[in-house]
Unconditional design. Structure first.
Length: 134
């Protein structure tokens, strides 16, 4: 049946919890953030190609089944230390959370723990992530 095939296509196992992406000049900073996630035992991946665009990295994150995509952008990172966190399960795909680089690992870890309270680590209602504020 077509409906069951489509459902199975949408329910894919997660290979990573978090995918950290950055523009080319932020590789060292990206690796510092990746290390923060690894310290919290979160399955984290990143792109080693410093020339890969943020769009290419986001596509790779989605293919890996990443629940969260952390984006480091030159302009916001250097001016304020802020990174963007995208919840790939959120109903509104434009919903970004802006978090300070020193708090991002704790923030995402808290969201993952919160999602597990619902009994399914790969599902969290879209509104619940917006109610958690740092």
């Amino acid at each position: 049946t077509t409906a069951s095939l489509n459902l199975n296509d949408r329910i894919k196992p997660r290979h990573v919890d978090v995918y950290v992406s950055s523009s080319g000049s932020l590789f060292r900073e990206k690796m510092n953030i990746v290390a923060q996630f690894w310290q919290r035992d979160l399955r984290t991946d990143y792109c080693m190609d410093t020339n890969a665009s943020l769009e290419t990295q986001e596509r790779a994150a989605r293919e890996a089944g990443a629940r969260f995509i952390v984006k480091l952008k030159d302009t916001t990172y250097y001016s304020s230390g802020a990174v963007e966190v995208l919840d790939t399960d959120a109903a509104d795909t434009r919903a970004l959370h802006v978090v300070h680089k020193n708090e991002v690992a704790d923030y995402v870890h808290a969201l993952i723990l919160k999602s597990k309270e619902y009994g399914n680590p790969s599902f969290m209602p879209a509104n619940s992530s917006r109610s958690l504020r740092y």
